[in-house]
Design a protein around this ligand. Structure first.
Ligand SMILES: [Zn+2]
Length: 439
């Protein structure tokens, strides 16, 4: 419908159209379609082709050229040149603008300078409204950079640059909300060669800060930005029991309750069982056949017993006969989940549970399990705080899985700053209230 009307307008414009009043109406409609009303430019020609629509845009009669730096108005141009801009596609047609732009000699610059054009994107060969449209699509969080590039038939690098630019702009306006319950975690970047620290507001379930590295300074940076007043409001910090974070919390939020993140405790427990398996399958004095059987039990030992199939149960029974220690370790792992079910009123029972569990773990002749028992003994207070605060692992699990999706979607990020911004956007509130950049 739009293209039909456009074609009629073009025909009218091309023919000797004598009625001046109607001609003015046609011009106004065309200018309005391009958002040129009130500007120095006007549409002088439109051509509709099978796959694209081309617009010719020139200065109005008696033009004024505005310097983009000092806003000085000039009556003469130094030179004029046709440039090509891509506009928002409509239907299946691309829209290409051919614009005759001028350069002016202004006292604010030694060289001729390109005049101010509000409709042109600052950094790319496209119109500002198309640039805004791409930004909006990217901020909708529904499309990846590759998706948007394919959708608008643009190169990946152009869309990547737009995405990076909009995130850098949005981060300037980003304000950290007042958090009461924090969750701190580290995530790897570039195949575990680098790390970033991710701070989540557990109350809102949003990532509110990301900084480079996983050292004390990385978290210090966050607390310094938060300021002493807002730090005083923090009530709990759930974290991976990573020593540098502990010293940062002790310095900036000593009053806050330090809670072990249940997600990391469970993750560590699963890793421990896996290490026990490796201990027996690689470096033990067991027979080759037994070692091979244990080696194959990787996933079986990670599953919860309630999720096991009948045949897997049989394998577990078989394991009991092959190696009782590993079987015991698996049962202890299953037993440990019961710890998270205690209520705050049962804190003494929870403490007894941990003591009992540690004693049982020491009875098993596996070094990795003893190491985990030591970890429990060292961090008993933080673990009991899980029961006191009833903190669940749901938020950390959600954020962690979202971050792994971000990594997969981008097939590994090369730019750490962009990766950090992307975490803030996808798992936080960055870009939620996207507005076009003011002209
Ligand atoms: Zn100037």
């Amino acid at each position: 419908m739009l293209f039909k009307s456009l074609e009629i307008l073009c025909l009218r414009k091309q023919k000797d159209f004598k009625e001046e009043a109607s001609m003015a109406v046609v011009n106004t409609i065309l200018d309005r379609l391009c958002g040129l009303e009130g500007s120095n430019f006007t549409v002088t020609d439109v051509k509709v082709f099978e796959t694209q629509v081309t617009w010719r845009i020139e200065h109005k009669d008696d033009p004024k050229y505005i310097c983009p730096r000092c806003e000085a108005v000039h009556n003469t141009a130094f030179e004029k040149k046709w440039i090509k801009l891509q506009d928002t596609p409509q239907g299946f047609k691309r829209h290409i603008w051919y614009v005759k732009r001028a350069r002016v000699l202004c006292s604010c610059s030694l060289n001729p300078i390109v005049e101010k054009m509000d409709f042109r994107s600052k950094h790319h060969q496209m119109t500002k409204r198309f640039n805004d449209y791409i930004e909006m699509t990217l901020c909708s969080k529904m499309f990846t950079v590759a998706d948007v590039a394919r959708l608008f038939k643009l190169s990946y690098s152009v869309v990547y640059k737009i995405d990076h630019e909009v995130l850098l702009r949005l981060i300037q306006e980003h304000e950290i909300p007042d958090p009461i319950h924090l969750s701190v975690d580290e995530t790897s970047f570039r195949k575990r060669r680098h790390y970033v620290t991710v701070v989540t507001d557990a109350g809102r379930g949003q990532v509110i800060w990301v900084s480079e590295g996983n050292r004390k300074e990385s978290l210090d940076q966050f607390f310094r930005i938060l300021g002493p007043e807002r730090c005083a409001k923090v009530e709990t910090v759930a974290r991976d029991l990573h020593a540098p974070y502990a010293s940062s919390c002790a310095e900036y939020v000593p009053h806050a309750l330090q809670v072990a993140d249940p997600f990391h405790v469970v993750q560590r427990l699963n890793d421990t069982i896996d290490e026990c398996r490796k201990e027996l399958s690689v470096g033990s004095a067991l027979r080759v056949g037994k070692r091979r059987l244990i080696h194959r039990m990787n996933w079986l030992l990670r599953f919860k017993s309630e999720n096991l199939r009948k045949d897997q149960f049989k394998s577990l029974e078989h394991l009991k006969r092959v190696n009782e220690d590993l079987y015991e370790a698996y049962l202890l792992k299953e037993h440990f989940y019961e710890f998270f079910e205690f209520k705050p009123s049962e804190i003494n029972l929870a403490e007894n549970f941990l003591v009992h569990w540690v004693v049982e773990a020491y009875k098993v002749q596996l070094a990795s399990l003893r190491k985990f028992a030591e970890y429990i003994t060292r961090n008993t207070d933080q673990l009991l705080n899980i029961i006191r605060t009833q903190r669940s692992s749901a938020i950390s699990e959600g954020i962690n899985s979202k971050i792994s999706v971000i990594k997969k979607m981008a097939y590994g990020y090369k730019n750490i700053q962009y990766f950090m911004l992307k975490i803030l956007q996808r798992c936080g509130a960055l870009g939620r209230n996207w507005q076009p950049e003011p002209i």
